[in-house]
Write a protein that binds this ligand. Structure first.
Ligand SMILES: [Zn+2]
Ligand SMILES: [Zn+2]
Length: 453
């Protein structure tokens, strides 16, 4: 949940850099972050993307030094693509999720907490984290909310990339859980802390940090969150906390990481795909199919609002089911593309990321229809890249169409915004399009080695 403002927190000196770094760990001086109006709150989340990339690179190097595989290209790209689906969604609804909050605060608040008091700041931090616990718990225990939140759990790896792998609708999921806060906490404080809690939850997605010592008692840490992402029965429905782990301890959902745990990350019923559009939507389609499959309305409602494990004939929770020994021999889904294809994908992926960055900077000055068209192109491109990572036989045709669309868009955008670079880019897309035309006309597919399908 956040406003449409991307009011800049620029990094001009080492102090700014350290402040940005501190925000990643909720190490923040409240006096530097007091805002009266919602519109004044910067978009800290998007401004932290350089830190996300920096942390991912450091984590990758640390894992490599330990002799581990590090972040896989296909899995990492899938996480970033899903993160852009989330940001893209935010561009479209421009903070509409927080309208209801502001309305309740304006009309129904019980107390007037001064916005510039440090006490308000800390109360807001605590309140947002408490509500995050219940929102996250609702996302795991209500089928239709899980249909969105499961995107975050689709990776079979556990690294910081997973921290940005989110559903495009995550902001809307369980937002009801936060509304009681509107009776007391000013909207600007709420929106700001909501962002800080998501920043904190980025870096706890790692296997590179084993334990944080005494901090493990009160904070949500990589160790606690590893358990949350497991598909083993003992990992199901535990450790919902955001910044603090005390809520899980209070409400009986805490399970520490134990010696000998062999966590198998990902979904119980794994989805072998790197296609972000598929990962964003397949589960909602499943919920709709379940809804349609029942005749009685009681069953239909349960299919949407009961636990994901609900079945009319037996409702054993996943956590109470016997562990399937097959999970320990499960082969991670992987597709090994030819080197030329990985290089092509990376180069074009970076171009789309730059395009999204430009759109993000300029979207408030653009007509909504232009934002929709460009966003459709960007999310469509990420989908085609996902299909390429899956080595889908449809890729040559889709990528050729994407290259043609790119040329048309560049010509159209050049009218709006003449950039010298655009000419070179047009040629790149023309040549790339012709390259894929050869594949299409010769009916050739990308040759790749697939595992774990
Ligand atoms: Zn979760
Ligand atoms: Zn997580």
């Amino acid at each position: 949940m956040m406003n449409g403002n991307h009011g800049n927190v620029s990094v001009n000196n080492p102090q700014d850099f350290l402040k940005g770094l501190g925000r990643m760990f909720y190490v923040i001086n409240p006096k530097d972050h007091l805002y009266e109006d919602l519109e004044e709150v910067p978009n800290f989340y998007v401004q932290s993307w350089p830190y996300f990339f920096m942390f991912m690179i450091i984590e990758h190097i640390l894992l490599k030094l330990e002799g581990k595989k590090g972040i896989r290209l296909n899995d990492g790209v899938t996480s970033i693509s899903n993160g852009i689906f989330l940001e893209g969604g935010r561009l479209l609804w421009r903070g509409a999720e927080s309208y209801m909050y502001t309305w309740i605060y304006t009309n129904w608040r019980l107390v007037n907490l001064p916005w510039d008091f440090t006490t308000t700041w800390f109360l807001a931090a605590l309140g947002v984290d408490f509500c995050y616990y219940w929102m996250h718990r609702a996302c795991h225990e209500i089928h239709i909310l899980w249909a969105q939140h499961q995107v975050h759990h689709t990776s079979e790896d556990f690294n910081m990339g997973v921290g940005i792998r989110q559903s495009a609708l995550q902001g809307w999921c369980g937002f009801m859980c936060y509304l009681p806060l509107a009776l007391a906490i000013p909207p600007a404080q709420f929106v700001m802390h909501h962002q800080f809690s998501y920043l904190y939850m980025f870096w706890i997605h790692t296997e590179a940090i084993k334990s944080l010592g005494p901090l493990e008692y009160i904070l949500n840490t990589p160790s606690h969150h590893r358990i949350h992402h497991g598909s083993n029965p003992y990992c199901i429905d535990v450790n919902y906390g955001g910044v603090l782990i005390i809520w899980d301890k209070l409400f009986g959902t805490f399970r520490p990481e134990k010696k000998g745990d062999h966590i198998i990350y990902g979904l119980i019923y794994n989805q072998p795909s790197f296609n972000p559009l598929h990962l964003q939507t397949f589960y909602t389609k499943y919920v709709v199919a379940r809804f349609q499959s029942y005749d009685s309305w009681a069953h239909k409602l349960c299919a949407v609002f009961a636990r994901p494990s609900w079945k009319p004939e037996n409702s054993v929770r996943f956590k109470d089911m016997a562990e399937d020994p097959a999970i320990y021999t499960r082969v991670k889904y992987d597709v090994i593309l030819p080197t030329w294809c990985s290089a092509y994908l990376l180069a074009h992926y970076v171009l789309v990321l730059c395009g999204f960055h430009q759109l993000f900077l300029m979207h408030t000055d653009m007509p909504t229809s232009t934002v929709w068209i460009l966003l459709f192109y960007i999310l469509g491109s990420l989908t085609v890249f996902g299909m390429m990572l899956d080595a889908s036989p449809k890729v040559p045709a889709y990528e050729m169409i994407r290259c043609i669309t790119s040329v048309l868009l560049i010509r159209w955008m050049s009218i709006l915004q003449p950039w010298g670079l655009m000419g070179a880019l047009q040629w790149l897309y023309v040549i790339s399009g012709l390259f894929w035309l050869v594949f299409v006309s010769a009916k050739v597919e990308i040759k790749a080695e697939k595992k774990g399908e």
